[in-house]
Design a protein around this ligand. Structure first.
Ligand SMILES: [Zn+2]
Ligand SMILES: [Zn+2]
Length: 387
């Protein structure tokens, strides 16, 4: 924006620009040079979708036989593979098979993630740590706790069972939490000390591995239904970058993506290297629902020690507000992190097509219903996450 005033050119450099940038490009604000091939001039990798509704996974397996076949092929040629799963730890959910109890963070209500290497249950939102238990704290049944779903540690375990002779390593913010550790893993992979690298999004930054020829994506859907509209965009960029990995090597790269939703526009456009149709579709949806970059939003979060107090105040606020046809009031609903550091949280979303009106409406709304002393109100203009 600054360049506008200084009257000089502006180059926004990214192989995968954000939708806001893309919309500016569509409005011809910026010159846009399309990257149709990768910068090396090599062809883009071939992308194959594996429909998990048809290719059922075996019990307690997370990698399909199709990917295993391709992996074996890749390793026999002395090439390297990257297995991508954007989930830290061993298992995202610990559950009692007797009574259904789930280990949940007492401070922020997130599910606790089991980390086998660190031997703990960990909250990824607030850092709370619990010991791993095999007995249920609710119904006291012995050995009733089961770990549901995979994280990178569990996928690495599955690969190690299948390829006991191969070097399999994990790269996540747990195993690579310092620049030095990141460099060590990157060097080992570059020098072919690692055959298969299991990695989270930490891997999506630009590295070049000349011997990497296969990328398997364990769960492409993980980012699609996370409650954050921009998660779809992030997932697309991430997968495009990760699949770009395989194509940057000197060999023809191959990418396989496991999904339960092969018809999803994001997944389809990824397969077809068709960023344009992904952008068109997503911008169309955003225009329909008047969400950024086509509309304006304000999120109001209410928090306090009593659930009923917060809920009642937030509901009164909506009921007492002046009706305005140009503004949508959504909620109150439980905020995405309903319980945070002992405080209950509710949220109201306001949506409109004019920022000034929206701000005025917000102010009026809060003035009409003065808040009780124990309630805290946070107003977030153009919130990053708005589902
Ligand atoms: Zn139980
Ligand atoms: Zn927590």
């Amino acid at each position: 924006v600054r360049s506008q005033f200084q009257n000089c050119g502006l180059i926004l450099s990214s192989a995968t620009p954000s939708l806001e940038t893309q919309n500016n490009i569509n409005k011809n604000k910026y010159e846009h040079v399309f990257l149709s091939k990768q910068f090396s001039g090599l062809p883009l990798p071939s992308v194959e979708l594996i429909d998990l509704t048809k290719n059922k996974l075996d019990k307690n397996n997370w990698i399909s036989s199709i990917i295993f076949k391709e992996l074996t092929n890749c390793l026999e040629k002395k090439e390297q593979a990257l297995i991508f799963l954007n989930r830290r730890g061993y298992s995202p959910l610990s559950l009692c098979i007797e009574c259904g109890y789930r280990f949940q963070c007492q401070h922020c209500s997130s599910w606790l993630v089991m980390h086998q290497q660190k031997k703990r249950l960990l909250c990824h939102h607030c850092g709370t740590i619990l010991q791993i238990q095999n007995d249920c704290p609710k119904c006291s049944k012995k050995n009733s706790i089961k770990f549901i779903g995979p994280g990178v540690e569990r996928v690495a375990e599955e690969l190690t069972k299948y390829y006991p002779e191969k070097n399999i390593a994990i790269m996540s913010s747990d195993s690579a939490n310092t620049p030095k550790k990141i460099k060590t893993i990157i060097d080992q992979f570059t020098n072919k000390k690692i055959d298969i690298l299991v990695a989270t999004q930490i891997m999506a930054k630009g590295y070049d591995f000349p011997n990497l020829s296969f990328v398997g994506v364990v769960d492409a859907d993980a980012g699609l239904f996370g409650g954050d509209m921009r998660a779809i965009e992030k997932t697309f960029n991430l997968l495009q970058q990760v699949s770009g990995r395989a194509g940057r090597s000197q060999r023809a790269g191959k990418v396989m993506i496991q999904t339960y939703y092969p018809q999803q526009v994001v997944i389809q456009s990824l397969k077809n290297h068709d960023r344009a149709s992904f952008i068109k579709q997503t911008l169309k949806e955003r225009e329909q629902f008047a969400i950024p970059p086509f509309g304006y939003m304000t999120s109001i979060i209410f928090s306090g020690p009593s659930k009923s107090l917060i809920e009642k105040y937030a509901s009164n606020l909506v009921q007492n507000s002046k009706k305005d046809k140009s503004i949508d009031v959504l909620g109150p609903v439980e905020a995405p992190r309903f319980l945070l550091r002992g405080q209950y949280r509710y949220r109201i979303l306001l949506k409109g097509n004019n920022r000034k009106n929206l701000n005025k409406f917000t102010r009026q709304m809060l003035d009409l219903s003065p808040k009780p002393p124990l309630v805290k109100v946070i107003v977030d203009v153009d919130p990053y996450s708005f589902m």
